[in-house]
Design a protein around this ligand. Structure first.
Ligand code: ATP
Length: 240
């Protein structure tokens, strides 16, 4: 297996708080890989460090054979890594169409390509197409999550990192969002997903890693982990 993303020995701190303590995992092209773990395990920090939004104190992030550990986030984006942050950060006072345009800012000189890509996103998410002129802040939570995902897809990432995309959504809406994630993978984008919702995520993912206090404590095929009683323990905040 040649990894598209290879993370090794990441150490990350906020002042005295050690958020990542030697985190290692990898994602092969075409996979859906989940990082699971309870509150504060370091999942968000892991994604932010991988995508260049947070600087690691030690360790390495290799994307598509290139060491990106020292690169700024906007550079990592141009190399093909998309990131949908926690909490559906859409611009509420801008329309759906404007939000998508901002996702294409890396190719801002190529207006026609951006508009063509936006049409593709509308085909992928018909609801966004119907509501293209609506202010993002007036849409439902599920629609805003679709928009956040659509925006990250504007620059055609090879790997899409999603931070708790189902957080705060009703079960049916969460299910729809996860189905969209599966469709995106089926169309050729590799997925790294961070979730607290273990059961649904393990049905979606090919492989998963369980994090605790900034490192991996368990990993394997998602179907096997779904049967592992230690996964439940991790989710209840117990020790694996
Ligand atoms: P959650 O599910 O709550 O988002 P998480 O698994 O994503 O949790 P992180 O948010 O990465 O975990 O946090 C990992 C550790 O780093 C926690 O101990 C947390 O309190 C700490 N931490 C996170 N962000 C900051 C910050 N800005 N300043 C100080 N400590 C932080």
């Amino acid at each position: 297996m040649t990894a598209l993303l290879e993370v090794s020995g990441l150490v990350s701190r906020y002042g005295q708080v050690a958020a990542l303590q030697g985190l290692s995992f990898e994602v092969a092209e075409g996979e859906i890989v989940a990082l699971l773990g309870s509150n504060g395990a370091g999942k968000t920090t892991a994604l932010r460090t991988v995508s260049g939004l947070h600087r690691a104190h030690a360790g390495k992030v290799v994307f598509d054979g290139q060491d990106v550990s020292r690169l700024k986030a906007h550079k990592v984006v141009t190399l093909g890594m998309g990131h949908v942050p926690e909490g559906r950060r859409v611009f509420p006072a801008l329309t759906v169409a404007e939000n998508l345009l901002l996702g294409g800012y890396q190719r801002r000189r190529d207006r026609r390509a951006i508009q063509a890509r936006r049409e593709e996103i509308y085909e992928m998410f018909p609801r966004l197409g119907e509501r293209r002129d609506q202010l993002a802040g007036l849409m439902s939570g599920g629609e805003q999550q679709m928009l956040a995902i659509g925006r990250a897809l504007m620059h055609r990432p090879r790997l899409l990192a999603l931070d708790e995309p189902t957080m705060g959504l009703a079960p049916q809406t969460a299910q729809r969002v996860l189905q969209v994630v599966r469709d995106i993978r089926d169309q050729g984008t590799t997925i790294l997903i961070v979730e607290q919702n273990a059961h649904q995520t393990l049905r979606l993912a090919d492989r998963a890693y369980v994090m605790e206090t900034g490192r991996i404590v368990l990993d394997g095929p998602a179907a096997e982990l779904a049967q592992d009683p230690r996964v439940k323990a991790a989710y209840l905040g117990g020790s694996v």
